[in-house]
Ligand binder design. Structure first.
Ligand code: NAD
Length: 248
């Protein structure tokens, strides 16, 4: 049986760790060739080396348009085509509303919103040339409700990702490109563990119906479903993966 992603190429942003890395691993296991992006060139090269010969390091700051365009060109030059984009790179800031500085606000928007826009625009041009594609954006429960871990900048940015997802889905549909979002709840990654202590996590877990954190690999399964042929009729949608924390 042919592997699900055999012959497909993917770009996963923020793939040095956490859900980005888990998604890259799952795509590679499904037979894709995967460009793994992150900020630090040496670190992402080391990750690509660990992931094996079908992984390709694509360092860039997703909030920098010139770096994103150069990255997309390098990925297409390496793979000749681009079929799947996973906009996973993101940052969180917990600062209380009244103390958020303009710099901090702009940085969160730059990475979470503008980065998703730049990567989507760059990738869509190549996908269109290739006859179609799949784009999966990372929003959050924060995008539909309000963040438990992050502050107003994070909640606002993740709500914006949902708007971007819908708008891009509508405009890119004629080219065979689907655009969907995932909205994870509390997932066990460095992002969460840097923001919250073990005590805070344990105190919060009883409020989650499934009474545990999610694992990065569980989110990767949802992302890879949306990136697959099985999701051909799904676009402009946002999927909760929260252990029941968010039910709407
Ligand atoms: N962990 C959670 O509970 C949770 C819940 C909901 C949504 N999310 C979202 O899921 C995504 C992945 O989160 P995670 O928990 O795996 O985070 P993480 O912090 O463990 O990993 C994020 C990766 O993105 C990279 N990155 C940050 N800024 C970047 C930039 N400008 N350019 C390129 N790479 C950059 C980081 O270096 C890091 O390797 C994020 O968008 C996050 O907002 C996380």
């Amino acid at each position: 049986m042919t592997a699900e992603f055999e012959g497909r190429t993917a770009l996963v942003t923020g793939a040095a760790r956490g859900m980005g890395r888990a998604t890259a691993e799952r795509l590679l296991a499904g037979g894709a060739r995967v460009a793994v992006n992150d900020l630090d060139a040496d670190r992402i090269q080391a990750v690509a080396d660990e992931l094996g010969p079908n992984a390709f390091a694509a360092p860039a700051d997703v909030s920098n348009r010139a770096e994103v365009d150069a990255m997309a060109a390098a990925v297409v030059s390496q793979f000749q085509r681009l079929d799947i984009l996973v906009n996973n790179a993101g940052i969180v800031s917990p600062t209380a509303f009244e103390r958020i500085t303009e710099h901090e606000w702009r940085r969160v928007m730059d990475v979470n919103v503008n980065g998703t826009f730049y990567c989507t625009q760059a990738a869509a041009a190549h996908m269109r040339a290739g006859g179609g594609g799949r784009i999966v954006n990372f929003s959050s429960t924060a995008g539909k409700n309000v963040s438990t871990v992050g502050g107003a900048s994070y909640t606002t940015s993740k709500a914006a990702v949902l708007g971007l997802t819908r708008a891009a889905a509508k405009e890119l549909a004629p080219y065979g490109i689907t655009v969907n979002a995932v909205c994870p709840g509390m997932i066990d990654t460095d992002m969460l563990r840097v923001a919250w202590s073990e005590e805070q996590i344990q105190a919060y877990i009883p409020s989650i119906p499934l009474a545990r954190m999610g694992q990065p690999a569980e989110v990767a399964e949802l992302v890879c479903f949306l990136a697959s042929d099985r999701a051909a009729y799904i676009t402009g949608a946002a999927f909760d993966i929260t252990g029941g924390e968010l039910m709407v």
